[in-house]
Design a protein around this ligand. Structure first.
Ligand code: AMP
Length: 114
């Protein structure tokens, strides 16, 4: 079996993380290197390596990540807005090969992103 991703290790309790939400489909925890006052990652428990590698039948899981992200943003009162980011592949600067949605909030974002 291939090595666990860092996010699987968090789900398995092998690496500590500050959890913001968890259910049977996904977990959300605070990013270790925050790029905004609020920076949370929403991660499926199923190992989907990236958006490019998601299967058609993963659509419900991926959709659920966005439902959870919306709920977290509401609960944390990111009422002025927030940004959801999925980095994909090398050019997308994805560093962890386990799909995740970044929730960034608490400051005004800039566009275009770097
Ligand atoms: P990406 O570059 O889109 O793949 O995002 C990976 C994110 O995972 C980065 O923002 C990292 O700061 C974050 N990260 C890496 N290791 C940990 C960890 N142990 N706990 C929380 N966040 C992490």
């Amino acid at each position: 079996m291939s090595e666990k991703t860092i996010f699987q290790k968090i789900f398995d309790g092998e690496i500590p993380a500050k959890m913001a939400f968890e259910d049977e489909i996904c977990g959300a925890f605070y990013d270790i290197n925050p790029q905004a006052p609020t920076h949370i990652l929403v991660v499926p428990k199923k190992l989907i390596p990236s958006i490019s590698e998601m299967a058609d039948e993963d659509a419900n899981i991926v959709g659920h990540l966005f439902v959870v992200a919306k709920q977290i943003a509401q609960d944390l009162k990111l009422d002025g807005g927030f940004r959801l980011v999925i980095n994909n592949g090398v050019d997308g600067q994805q560093t962890v090969p386990h799909l995740h949605v970044h929730i960034l909030g608490g400051r005004k974002m800039t566009w275009p992103p770097g």
